[in-house]
Ligand binder design. Structure first.
Ligand code: PMP
Ligand code: GLN
Length: 392
């Protein structure tokens, strides 16, 4: 393994899912639903296979039906208009979109600012592109967004501004944010946008949890802010929104020059993305608003169930405004090391979780935080809570 990748090893998700299998534990680690997405979308995939649509190499940018559906979705939900022929690119999941964007847009030595904790592929892809990551740490702070005050992980805007140097090329943003569940506010996004314009930075924004936003939080795409559409690469994924993480269908929307650049990298990573699933996802994106609302309601009930259970079990819970993850602080349980805690948890309670420290450069800043996924059946979450209560 070369020096660029040596520090990354095996992803924590693979490691923890293997641990769950080996120990027969409930897997609240890796974020994937234990219930597949809508039947009609599965049927659409079967129909595409049977009718011979996409069984041979589909077009490099993605099949026209999906590109059109992605553009229509951005228009309908956010009033953002993209030309399906030149401003939309289908990728092998958001993972490939992130990789291709960074490989296409970075020069060796360019600095990339990303929030810490960051999704694990960001660090590896910045490294593969020869860039340098500059983390800006999100820290727990008070929040009184609604009547019930609670703590959330916040962005320090002064720290963000101070992180920009002459070598900064790109801001890598993620909202709703994995693993903290933070949804960036209009004020925060306005400040990010002003900074990007002022310092002439590109922005890659990972919005794969765009449909998982709770309470009075609202998902605001960065591309909708003044001066941003022309400098922003927005990333989405069918895995999260439609509960088909195994299909690996994602997409990029951006101005044509940026899409062309990302496509140049994508063509040498996977060349094209799997064909029949693209047709099915095109149909999924056109589902009525009721689908998206029901999905959100379902996940909201699960969030509340797990948040209440974790609180009762003695964790400090950072109630997420978005995503299907809950970050907790284990110090009220008398624990300080999330790694050690997660390694012992299968044995102690038959549950698997993710130590947030893996998403930090400043590992000590993330040490006491542990992430639990709640995209699981209610009975599974109830059993997990029963088990976790034995810890206290
Ligand atoms: N970005 C974030 C923040 C994620 O949580 C994930 C996956 N869970 C991805 C990207 C990757 O998405 P995909 O499965 O579509 O590659
Ligand atoms: N994004 C998912 C998570 O955060 C997992 C995806 C993966 O395993 N790479 O859990």
């Amino acid at each position: 393994l070369n020096r660029r990748l040596a520090e990354f090893g095996t992803t924590i998700f693979a490691e923890m899912s293997a641990l769950a299998l080996r120990t027969g534990s409930i897997n609240l680690g890796q974020g994937f639903p234990d219930t597949d997405g809508p039947e009609e979308v599965r049927e659409a995939a079967v129909r595409a296979l049977r009718d011979g649509r996409g069984n041979q190499y589909p077009p490099g940018p993605g099949v026209p039906e999906l590109r059109t559906a992605v553009a229509a979705h951005q228009e309908r939900r956010y009033g953002l208009s993209y030309d399906p022929d030149t401003e939309v690119l289908v990728t092998a999941g958001a993972t490939e979109a992130i990789a291709a964007a960074l490989l296409a847009l970075l020069e060796p030595g360019d600095e990339v600012i990303a929030f810490e904790p960051y999704y694990d592929s960001y660090a590896a892809c910045i490294a593969m592109a020869g860039g340098t990551r500059v983390p800006v740490t999100l820290r727990p702070g008070e929040e009184s967004r609604d009547a019930e005050a609670h703590r959330r992980f916040r962005l320090d805007l002064d720290e963000l501004r101070a992180a920009v140097t002459d070598r900064t090329r790109l801001l890598l943003i993620n909202t709703p944010h994995n693993p903290t569940g933070t949804v960036l506010t209009r004020e925060e996004l306005t400040a990010i946008a002003e900074l990007a314009v002022e310092r002439d930075l590109l922005v890659v924004t990972d919005e794969v949890y765009e449909h998982l936003v709770f309470d009075d939080a609202e998902h605001l795409p960065l591309a909708t802010f003044p001066g941003m559409r022309e400098r922003t690469v927005t990333i989405g994924s069918a895995g999260k929104t439609f509960s088909f993480t195994g299909w690996k269908v994602g997409w990029v929307t951006a101005p044509s020059a940026l899409v062309t650049a990302v496509r140049s990298a994508k063509q040498f990573l996977t060349y094209v993305s799997s064909g029949p699933f693209q047709y099915a996802v095109a149909e999924a994106l056109a589902l009525p608003d009721g689908y998206f609302a029901a999905f959100r309601e379902d996940m909201l009930a699960k969030r509340d169930l797990l948040a209440a259970g974790l609180t009762e079990a003695g964790f400090e819970v950072f109630r997420p405004a978005g995503t299907y993850f809950i970050t907790t602080d284990i110090r009220p349980l008398g624990e300080t090391d999330g790694f050690a805690f997660c390694r012992a948890l299968p044995e102690r309670a038959g549950v698997v979780a993710i130590p947030n420290a893996v998403f930090y450069d400043h590992r000590e800043a993330g040490a006491p935080f542990v992430r639990f996924a709640f995209c699981k059946q209610t009975t599974v979450l109830e059993e997990a809570v029963r088990r976790l209560k034995t810890l206290a």
